[in-house]
Design a protein. Sequence first.
Length: 323
Amino acid sequence: MDTPIETQPELISDNVTHAPAAETTPVVYGAPGTPATFAADASATASAGGRADDPGWGLTAGFGVWFASVGLMVLGGVLAFILYFVVRPAALNAEGLQRALESDPLLILLSIAAMVPVHLLTFGVAWAVVTGFGKRPFREAVGWSWGGRFGFWTCVALAIGLWLFGILLATVFGGQETDIDKIISSSNAARFSLAFLAVATAPIVEETVYRGVLFPPLARAAGMKWAIIIVSLMFAGVHFVQYWNNVGVVAAVTVLSFTLTWVRARTGRLLPCFAIHAAFNGIQAIIIVAQPYLKTLLPTQPTTPPTGMLLDAFVRVLSGLHI
């Protein structure tokens, strides 16, 4: 009976070609990589608690998404005006337009409602760039996972701290009534719509555009510090249009912007930024909805007008920090 011959591992036939052993290459974050390897690297680093800052898109695409987001906002405002004049053609004159801009609840409500499709379209553009039209997984590409010590409750606590610090800045520096204040006081429908927008769409869209799409290629091109500065100022600059006449609120939004971008750089993840942003806006949304009832907490007597003035200012600060 034949006895089977055991082949030794070191005995290799001369007529068989074997591929060389794969070398282990260290991952260099921020270095260019192919779209095919990016998703795998991002998934691996996410599971290991590392960074996923090697995007499959470039700086041109990142700024393109930002320009698209701003352009869509302008387009949404224009469409709101067109729809308003279709409904109320009598207002299509200089005097009617001025009156509508100052106090017409319908125009204000249409302007807020227009932001919902604007946000959806903006997110669609960002998704197309991040995924390469579905070729890469979105969550892995933007780092949609918790990063290190920045878990859910840490992010909520940080959001509360930022909100309280914003209250301090807004109280110290003060300022005039902002556009957001006018929207809140225009009608109940506008107030509730703004609160919904602040929680449901604004955080996910803004974080995806600024910290998800724009930040990674900018960090790769200009370095982490410059990316933090540029992205933070761009985010604060867009909101400056809403709060230009209130130094305190502008300062609070700027601090929020730098904090969110620093968290993105520190963790290499987008989910903590979204959680902080959503919690911060959630506090604002609660204040916006409850604003008509806040003044009843401290009854104002005719003999104590300073109390009423301070309370009015405090309510305005509470409701106008950031959307």
